[in-house]
Each structure stands twice: as C-alpha cells, then as structure tokens.
Design a protein around this ligand. Sequence first.
Ligand code: GAP
Length: 614
Amino acid sequence: MSEGERLTELAKRRGFYFPSSSAYGGAAGFWTYGPQGAALKSNIEDAWRDRYVVKEGHQEISAPDVMPEPVFEASGHLDGFDDMIVECGECGATHRADHLVEDNTDIEEAESLPNEEVMDLIAEHGIECPSCHTSLADQPVDNFNLMFETNIGPGSSSPGYLRPETAQGIFVEFPQLSEYARNQLPFGVAQIGKAYRNEISPRKSLVRVREFTQAELEHFVDPEEDEPPLAEVEDVVLPLYAAAEQQTDDGGQRELTVREAVDEDIVESEWVAYYLGVSKEWYERIGVDMDRFRYRQHLAGERAHYASDCWDAESEVDGDWIEITGFAYRGDYDLSKHAKHSGEDYTVFKQYDEPITVDRATVDPDMSYLGPEFGGSAGAVADALEALAERNPDAFDDDEVTVEVDGKSHTVPVDKTNFSVDEVTENGEHIRPHVVEPSFGVGRIIYTVLAHSYETDEVDGEERTYLGLPPEQAPTTVGVFPLMDKDGMDDLATDIADDLRAAGLSVTYDDSGAIGRRYRRQDEVGTPYCVTVDYESLEDDSEAQRASDSASSAEPRSANRSSGQSPREDGDEPRAGTVTVRERDTTEQKRLPIDGLAETLEQLSTGDRTFDDL
Ligand code: GAP
C-alpha cells in the first residue's frame, strides 16, 4: 500500500475524511471531514489565525463564496484561469494534459509549457488515455476554465461564480477595508474560507479537490517605504529550490538563512522572504516534517497571471512534492484591475511629512474644437490629452500633439488644448498599494500533517500505528478510560472527564473493549495522553474521602456516586486519588494525582512540561 493509500484508509476508518455523497454514487473531488478531521482542521485553522492574524496584528474578514461576473472579469479569472484539457477520442474521458505529461515523462512542471508543446509531448511519448488506453496522440490540448458558474437569482441575466480563491473577496472590498485600517499602510486582511475549482482530474484525496478551504493573507504595503520586520526571522534556515537550480541537471535544494536568501537575491522580495521565514516556523509547529519540506520558486511560465515572483511551500508525500502554500508578490495587479473595471478609487492617500511645491502640467481642451473635429471620440481624446500632460508634458512642446484612442491616432493643435504648467502645493499623493500574499491550502496541509505524523512501531510484540501529532493539533487531547465499566471506576472516570472538559481540554471518554484496544484507537487518531481509572484510583479516592469525611463530617460521597452524580457537589473539593497517565509516543505510563490533572495535561500539551519531568 502506498503512503497515500494507507493514509486514506486510516482517514476513512477513523473519521478524518471520506468521499462525500457516496449514497448517491458520490461526486469526485468532494470530501467530508469526519469528527476527527473537523477537529484537526479547526485546530490548524486556529493555529493559522493565531500566527497570521493575531501575532501579525492583521484583521480577518468573511466574504461571500459567490461573487458576480464583473469581479472575475476584472480579476482576470474569466479569461485566464484555465488548465490544459485533452479529451480521449475513443471513450470521451477528459484528462489534465500537463499531468499526463508529468506522469509519463521526467518533466516536472509541464504546466509552464505552451499547449502545442504539451500536445507534441503526448504524441512523442505515446501517452494513452488512462481510462481506455487508446493513444491520445493528435488529440487537441485546449484550455478549460476552472470556475463553477451559477446564476444569481432567477433567470440567467446575472451570472455569478463560486470564488476560485478567497483573495478576491478581500481585493474587491479594498476601499472599505482601507477605511477600517484608517488608510494607514501597511495593513493586512486575512480570510479563512471555501474556494472552488472545477478541477479536470481530482486526485489523491484532499490534494486536488473541487471544494477546499484556503487561509489567505493579503498584506497591503507601500512599495516605496514599507519594509518587513526581517530581523525577526533573519536566522531562520530556508530549504530553497530556486528556479535557476531547477533548470540545471545537477541543481538541487540549498539551505540559506532568510537574510542570505535576500542578500544573494535568491528571494527577490523582502516581504516574501519574511513570510517564508514566518511560515517555516509555523509548519514545524503544526507537525510538518522539515526533512520532507522545501520552498520551490515558480518558473517564469508557471507563474499565475497576477504574480511577479512566486514561491511555493512543498511537502513530500509518497515521493511526490505537493504545493501546500503559494507565496506571491502580486504588485498592484488586483487593485489596478478593480479600479479600472469598477471606476472606484482603489488607492490610499499618503500624506507627506511637509507639503511640497511642484510644477503641475494640465490641459483644458477646447471642446468647441474637439467636438466637431472628433465627434463621438471627443471626450476620449480630451481624457487622453489630460493623461498625456500628466505623464509627458514635453509632448506639448511642438505646435501639435498626437494621442491614441482605441488604436487610432488623433492630432490636436496644442493651442486648442489650453496646456499650461503651474506651481501647486501638494500635501500628499494617492498611491496604489502593492500586495504580498501567503495563500495556504488547509486540506493539503492536513494531508501533509497526517502523512508526516503517521508512525508504526511494536508494542508488546504487536505492530502499532499511531499519529505523532503535536498535542496542539491533535483532535483530542486526552482519552479517559475506566479500566472496567463497574465498581465505581466508570463514575470516577466520568467525573474526571467532565472536570477536564470544564477546564477546556478536548476529551474522549471510552469504556468499550479491552484497555489495550482503547489505547490503540486513541493512538491511531493521535491523542497524546490517555488517563485510566483503575482499582487503585478508587482506593486512593476513598481513603482520601474517609480522611475528608472524618475531618468535616460531610455527607458521604458514596451516596452521590451510587446516584450517578458527581462525587463533588460544588467541584472545588480537591481529590487525593491517582490515575495512570499514558504518553502516546513512548507508551510510558505514570501515576499522577487527580487533583491538578487538568493543569498538568495542559502544561504537557503546550510543552511547558515534559512527560519525563513528571
Ligand atoms: N490566492 C492565490 C491562490 O489561490 P493558488 O496557488 O492557486 O493561489 C493556493 O492556491 C493554495 O490553495 C495552494 O497552495 C493549495 O494548497 C491550495 N489549492 C489550490 N487548488 C487546490 C485544489 N484543487 N485542491 C486542494 N487545494 C488546492
């Protein structure tokens, strides 16, 4: 069984994730997170929020999943968000053409090649349809737009799309969001939410799906002035696989600190380098194996339509590298596009420290001349003259000036433009922020963390599987078991489970089957600690109770116990009993007092104490 298959089997059996709607035959590329998976997902999202929103001091929003067509006309997704598709002439199955090339040749990034070259490679390597094994040679390789289309309201007059990235929900609202940030750059807006892509060939369970969760941060910066706090991460060592290394036969990964990567111009943008450093530490924290992790730079032909420099965080599973996060310097691409298409103001007013005096070139075209001369184009000619005066005042030095409107040249006598240069005082200027974007795929991170934490060893002569998840990420922090479901052990275990839950820990109570089987079940879902209540716990507990009873002549606790209620009516009486606490990875067990147990487990989970210290 491959690593991925083994993982998917465990994921289905133990409730991490499974294919959706299977009662009706299912729909490829849609997965349901079960109880363990949903808890893991929410823990990873919380860890992301803690690092990228709270610690960075950014804001988080939640925008709609459906957005109207003009948004995606402006963003470029309507025209450019395509993958290469090839259709089998025999059985009609459709496949992602670049993936077929990657699967059947040594080429790693076929996505960066033109369609014609991919078509030639399919013929040259005799690549067949994976469904019916007919040759795909000479089948055209076309573009397929990945967006899911819908209609907003009845009828088809208002088309909309499920967002293919959460980012657009942030860019579109920039004018409003900028107000909330008091128009002060830099500021970041984050979002965790669903994105949808109608993938040609969903595959590898959570790796390529049609509905997935993204955690994205759009950090708006002044490109002239703002600098990242690079010193905070400058010593973090990055495993970098730069574009140049990918293009040489013996090129490979290089280990450089964030500072070295910037100084050597390996990572072009300091902002991107900053987030590579922050993220390396974050991946480590959530359980990505750093021996199976790298940052890979995009090749020129592979970059998204909006990105000038782009690096991917990649994890290795089953010998394949999976993109788990994209780090892009998007420049002012998105804000410019939305400004142009909507006519709204997508700038920030930047106040100067001191007002400045500048020469400002302006025109005031004589419309009584432009109107008869250029008819319907007169307004556009006037706008073009105004833009030209701002951009290149020298163009007005001669008797005539020429502007282009819709590909056509229009020549105007300069004296009809009323061109003048005046001295003006300016307090500031409108600037268009640039955007730095770390964009995380939550499902792929979950897949990676599960694959990298999957361990097997031998316990009591039997093979054991466990997930070595960091306690912060584990779906359950502690499993609580009565050794047997009788003699009061169940009542005491229930009380302890309730107390641990009340203290904020995530607890599973399990009283079914042999104790060894219960440990294995928790091992397989990555529960870091298990607490077992045994006969000794009862003896300890009742001895303590006797002592307490004789001291205070309080009502006997056994009365409560037999009625199934908590032995501690108000919950503030300390317990003197003990339980065994077992650590998942070593299977070592220690006897610990029930009193203070929640605090001890909390400290173990956060790493403030180790099991050895107990
Ligand atoms: N806003 C930028 C953006 O969307 P992207 O590289 O297309 O960039 C970001 O996507 C992340 O989303 C990827 O690194 C990946 O983790 C995840 N992702 C993209 N497509 C996916 C799919 N079909 N299934 C699962 N995750 C996907």
